[in-house]
Design a protein around this ligand. Structure first.
Ligand SMILES: *Cc1c(COP(=O)(O)O)cnc(C)c1O
Length: 461
């Protein structure tokens, strides 16, 4: 089909929507390293994971061999309410940049949670319901995951207890209220409601909290309350699996028009949207069928891939979770207080970490003022007010398009536009008022986090 036939938005019919998730681990020669028991340093068994996660999700977490896992009908039906998400040809941005590059983005912000997180939230709530559980616990930072999970839980009639990083709880009261609309209880973390929260408060009075700390609290409540399990919105293999719906839809839509991306770009916090977007394309690369460039974009103030260590580390501050092998800044790492752009988790998906380690993917870090400049440039021509997280991908997509302008190459660039930024207007305000600064941690700053990575035989880094 000729170039000018490609519409601004490519949708799929319900029949064309994915019926199975794609598990990229099945095609990886080097599998991601298994989760380890923090006491024995042996791989976590399904029995050991069962008190923490739902049974079916434990199976998905440990399954490195099944390429396609059917999406239960109830989840497919829920997906139909807000999916397929549009694949947009950014004609207006191309025109503005005067670039020969062809730019596409997959927009995941068209639901109340405002991000891709609902894709996994609904799956995790479904399996909890199917197991007959009463409810789930989780942590949330900026609030997108907590919002998505509260929507999914209310749909299936499950209780939802959210531990929200204290500074966000105070700075983002509206997110908190959205969660309460859907019936979730929201507790600022660290809190007095858990042993680990009380310990962290005693050691660091006045702390404004972190994701790692909220995870410890949520896990404690899940494992000590009958009928509850813990769910996580990123990082885990199961979450990447559910998010593959993003990449599968994108691939089907592109195939319809014979579009083949040269470069695929996504922002990376814990790695779930990027992992989901690239999965089917990475599968082709792993099977030797086609080559693509994949670029993970992270904040310069929280540079897990570009400056982190590839090692087994704690997933949480309280050190109650299994150890994961990943690119990490150390579980005590907290980005500087002026960091407003999200993506602040200290570690990265084990699957993406292995792919990056094996040279199958690239990573770059960008400064937040540049990210907000790109966000505004994009908003003014494409009409969508992007989340700061998503804008990391926009920034690098624009950079790549500008390189094409210099060289005259007509590359096809695809990026993930993970969500909208309506709840991030305080960050935009800082940017407009010239109060946003760029902070890049020094090697000495990072060393403090690295010193907390556990040392045991086999964990040299
Ligand atoms: C949570 C979130 C991210 C980052 O999480 P990943 O697991 O790395 O995808 C990116 N964008 C938005 C809008 C988010 O809510």
């Amino acid at each position: 089909m000729s170039e000018n036939k490609i519409p601004y938005k490519i949708y799929l019919s319900e029949e064309e929507m994915p019926k199975a998730w794609y598990n990229v681990r099945a095609d990886m020669a080097n599998k991601p390293a298994p989760l380890l028991n923090p006491g024995t340093h042996q791989p976590m068994t399904a029995e050991e994971l069962a008190p923490v996660f739902c049974e079916e999700l434990v199976k998905q977490e440990l399954d490195d061999t099944t390429a396609y896992i059917p999406i239960p009908q109830e989840i497919q039906d829920f997906y139909k309410m807000y999916r397929p998400s549009p694949l947009v040809r950014a004609y207006c941005l191309e025109e503005k940049l005067q670039t020969p590059a062809k730019i596409y983005y997959k927009f995941e912000g068209n639901n109340t949670s405002g991000s891709h997180k609902l894709n996994s939230a609904i799956a995790q709530a479904y399996y909890a319901k199917k197991q007959g559980l009463k409810g789930v616990t989780t942590e949330t930072g900026a609030g997108q995951w907590g919002t998505a999970l509260s929507m999914a839980c209310s749909y299936f009639g499950l209780d939802c207890k959210v531990y929200m990083v204290k500074c966000s709880y105070e700075q983002k009261p509206f997110r908190r209220e959205v969660m309460r609309v859907y019936g979730a209880s929201v507790t600022p973390s660290p809190s007095e409601t858990t042993a680990v929260g009380r310990k962290i408060l005693a050691e660091h009075p006045g702390t404004t909290g972190s994701l790692g700390c909220a995870i410890s609290e949520a896990v404690e409540v899940a494992t000590s309350t009958p009928g509850y399990r813990y769910v996580l919105g990123s990082v885990l293999n199961q979450v990447l699996l559910h998010q593959s719906v993003i990449g599968l839809e994108t691939k089907t839509a592109m195939d319809k028009y014979g579009i083949v991306p040269d470069i695929i770009i996504g922002c990376a916090g814990g790695g779930s949207n990027l992992g989901g977007l690239i999965s089917p394309f990475m599968g082709e690369k792993l099977r030797g069928e086609r080559d693509y460039r994949f670029i993970a974009v992270e904040p310069a103030s929280c540079p897990s891939f570009t400056r982190g260590k590839f090692a087994y580390d704690f997933c949480d501050t309280g050190m109650v979770c299994p150890l994961a092998k990943m690119y990490t800044l150390g579980s005590s790492f907290i980005p500087s207080a002026n960091h407003a752009g999200g993506l602040r988790y200290h570690g990265m998906s084990s699957t993406l970490s292995q792919l990056y380690h094996d040279g199958l993917m690239e990573a770059v870090s960008v400064e937040q003022t540049k990210v907000f400049e790109a966000a505004e440039q994009f908003a003014r021509v494409e009409g969508i007010l992007p989340a700061p997280e998503s804008s990391h991908a926009i920034k690098v997509a624009i950079d790549e398009a500008m390189k094409c302008k210099e060289t005259g190459e007509e590359k096809t660039i695809l990026f993930g536009l993970t969500g909208t930024g309506y709840f991030d207007m305080v960050a935009y305000e800082k940017f407009h008022d010239g109060k946003m600064t760029d902070y890049i941690p020094t090697d000495a700053d990072l060393q403090v986090g690295f010193d907390g990575i556990p040392k045991f035989p086999g964990n040299e880094f």
